[in-house]
Design a protein around this ligand. Structure first.
Ligand code: MSP
Length: 676
């Protein structure tokens, strides 16, 4: 596949589809974006320079209709929905380099320039159109396509139209396209999708209608040479892949450097990407994409996911409940990327309990607990003369490099399966070496510390290879091992190599990475049972706290303390409420509080003045993402000193299963506006 042969210097320009803002995101959208993020992060770790683009498709009939339903001007409507996508990607730790909205000027100008170029070249002509139109799919159909007045694609009623439109001469590029695909049999994946397109191209290609009369649908990019028309949404949307590099400083060089792109899409939008798009590119003098990967669809409990069925899975809900890394893991682990997959709570919970809580989480907490018990003066030391276990070393060298190799072939489930083979090996190593037995014999301390060094190093390299899939978990593991890597600039070549664990480690017991779940998704309350298959360890794992449970490294709240219904508080009267000064406050600056993992010092504007407030939100927000946000502050709370910094108010936030969520506003407003 193309990526395999990529030289390390060659750019990976990776794109997701740009998502329609006619509704809020569902797991289908999250799936593509997470997959691209995993590929982007993996590629960066191999040393490949990456430009990763996503965005929103904000024109067209569907969006227009959604705005109309709410009786809102289309621009106001799209401005409201777009953040649901942009913020979801932040929440899921997506590392995109840019986010394009098709209503941005940089895109509109790029589309108009492309239209002008094709118009001047004679590749666009004006002509009559008579036929059927499917409003939902926004496409024309000929008489032979339509039976019983229904769209052959979505089976919704079509309407008869007779109008003048503008057409792109797509048909004239058919022969060229077929021979290009013959020469590039790897350009569409999976192979079955390549065959599908070759089959489609056996029938004559028609010209593509690229305009919509303003009288019928005004929400689109005006066609520069036809004042009563806007651009067909697909022609507009596909061009985002080049309007972004073309609008960056150094325009032409940027496109040359990045192009051709790798497009990851769902199977339903293959024709637009594999037929319309390369012909448009060719007409503009550009090469087709390097690769189009069309993934399968998610069903839910075996049924098609759709708004009308009301079964669309909300990624925010699941990420809040189980953690964004867990959702990322599940979507990448379950099913095969090119095939359809099924989403169900039971399969998610099974993955959480078996793969995450048991195999990975339990391994980390037990090994760190044992190593901190073996530490002297609070320091675990890799013993003098330590020689890594040849068995583990060989496995790490043979198995782990397979993980990025499979990932770059979009075989995510296999990549994770391979990583879990290594994790199982580490678990078996624990079983076979029985460190809890070694720990009882002071004469075997050297042997014990060698085994623990093997395990700590094994876990560290696991975290490096896990990082593209579960970036937050990788950070937590790396932090708990006090190894110095940060995720920025992590590389397989250096960080992924065995033997980079610091010689001396000030280990603290860690909170379990993942909570085991009951079948209804609630957190299991009872102490976790020892792993099946190793009964000898049950109850014998040296525990750092009298209770036998690992002591939390920091008082980070987990889902366990978050019952869905909280006990009611005593009633208060209005006067008591009116004594509270709640105020919207805009964050002007944010910085960490020295020596604190949890606290951030914020400078906020509360309208009448600036205040310094200290908030325990560092685990959930970076200083950079807070600046400019308008949050809710309790302004008349008595000032208090936190870690030496005076806090002149309190930031309000809701506790989620994975951290905190700040209270923000869904309209623009001035800081200091009255709350009542
Ligand atoms: N706006 C166009 C894309 C333009 S790209 C130049 C569009 N948007 S969409 O929001 O409707 O769909 C975006 C992606 O979501 C598509 O790749 C589609 O395949 C994917 N999915 C929609 N439902 C899905 C599932 N049930 N499962 C997986 N992906 C799904 O099309």
């Amino acid at each position: 596949m193309a990526q395999d042969e990529m030289s390390p210097r060659e750019w990976l320009y990776l794109t997701t589809p740009i998502y329609y803002v006619n509704d809020i995101p569902h797991i289908g959208h999250a799936y593509t974006t997470i997959a691209c993020d995993v590929v982007a992060r993996t590629s960066r770790m191999t040393g490949t320079p990456v430009f990763f683009l996503t965005g929103t498709d904000e024109h067209g009939q569907k969006v227009w209709q959604s705005a109309q339903k709410l009786n809102l001007p289309a621009k106001i409507y799209v401005d409201r929905i777009m953040p649901r996508f942009r913020d979801l990607w932040k929440f899921l730790h997506i590392s995109n380099d840019d986010f394009i909205r098709t209503t941005e000027e940089r895109h509109i100008l790029g589309v108009q320039e492309a239209l002008n170029q094709l118009w001047k070249k004679g590749d666009i002509y004006e002509g009559p159109y008579e036929g059927w139109y499917c409003m939902f799919d926004e496409r024309f159909w000929t008489q032979k396509d339509v039976s019983d007045g229904l769209c052959p694609d979505c089976k919704r009623p079509v309407e008869q139209v007779l109008e003048t439109n503008y057409f792109f001469k797509m048909s004239q590029y058919q022969d060229w396209l077929v021979s290009w695909y013959r020469e590039h049999p790897d350009a569409i994946r999976p192979e079955s999708r390549y065959n599908e397109i070759m089959g489609f191209l056996e029938k004559p290609l028609e010209d593509l209608c690229i305009s919509r009369p303003v009288s019928r649908m005004p929400w689109g990019i005006p066609i520069p040479f036809a004042k009563d028309y806007v651009t067909y949404v697909w022609f507009d949307a596909l061009l985002n892949y080049i309007t972004v590099p073309l609008s960056m400083p150094g325009t032409a060089e940027n496109l040359k450097r990045l192009w051709p792109a790798t497009h990851v899409i769902g199977k339903d939008i293959l024709t637009t990407h594999a037929v319309y798009w390369p012909t448009i590119l060719h007409a503009l003098g550009l090469e087709p994409a390097r690769l189009i990967f069309a993934h399968g669809w998610w069903t839910v409990n075996g049924e098609k996911m759709s708004k009308s069925r009301g079964n669309a899975v909300d990624p925010v809900l699941y990420a809040e409940r189980f953690g964004s890394d867990t959702l990322r893991y599940f979507l990448m682990r379950e099913g095969q990327f090119g095939q359809d997959s099924d989403f169900s709570d039971s399969s998610l919970i099974q993955r959480v309990n078996a793969d995450l809580a048991n195999d990975l989480g339990n391994l980390l907490s037990r090994v760190v607990a044992m190593a901190s018990r073996s530490a002297e003066d609070g320091m675990f030391r890799i013993p003098e003369g330590y020689v890594p276990s040849p068995e583990l070393l060989q496995a790490a060298r043979e198995i782990l490099p397979e993980v990025p190799r499979l990932t770059l072939r979009f075989e995510f489930h296999k990549a994770l399966g391979t990583l879990w083979t290594f994790i199982s090996l580490l678990n078996r190593y624990v079983d076979s070496k029985a460190p809890w037995v070694l720990a009882k014999d002071p004469d075997r301390k050297h042997e014990l510390d060698c085994v623990l060094s093997d395990l700590l190093e094994g876990i560290r390299v696991t975290a490096v290879y896990l990082a593209p899939f579960m970036p937050q978990t990788a950070i937590r593991i790396i932090e708990s091992l006090k190894s110095s890597e940060s995720l920025t600039g992590l590389s397989y070549q250096t960080d992924g190599a065995w033997g980079r664990l610091p010689k001396t480690l000030a280990l603290e017991p860690v909170l379990p990475l993942f909570e085991k779940r009951n079948p209804d998704g609630s957190v299991q309350k009872e102490p976790r049972p020892a792993r099946v298959g190793s009964p000898e360890r049950r109850g014998e794992i040296p525990a750092p706290s009298p209770s036998g449970e690992p002591i939390p490294a920091e008082p980070l709240k987990t889902g366990e303390s978050q019952p869905l219904t909280r006990p009611a508080k005593p009633e208060i009267d209005l006067e008591a409420f009116q004594g509270i000064e709640l105020t919207p406050a805009t964050v002007l600056a944010a910085e960490p509080v020295p020596k604190s993992k949890k606290l951030l010092k914020l400078t906020v504007d509360i309208g009448r003045e600036k205040r310094t407030v200290v908030a325990g939100i560092a685990g959930s927000y970076t200083p950079g993402e807070l600046i400019g946000k308008t949050i809710l502050v309790l302004a008349n709370l008595k000032p208090a000193k936190l870690m030496g910094v005076e806090s002149q108010g309190m930031v309000l936030a809701a506790q989620t299963e994975t951290g905190v969520s700040l209270i923000t506003f869904d309209r623009d407003l001035k800081p200091g506006s009255e709350i009542r």
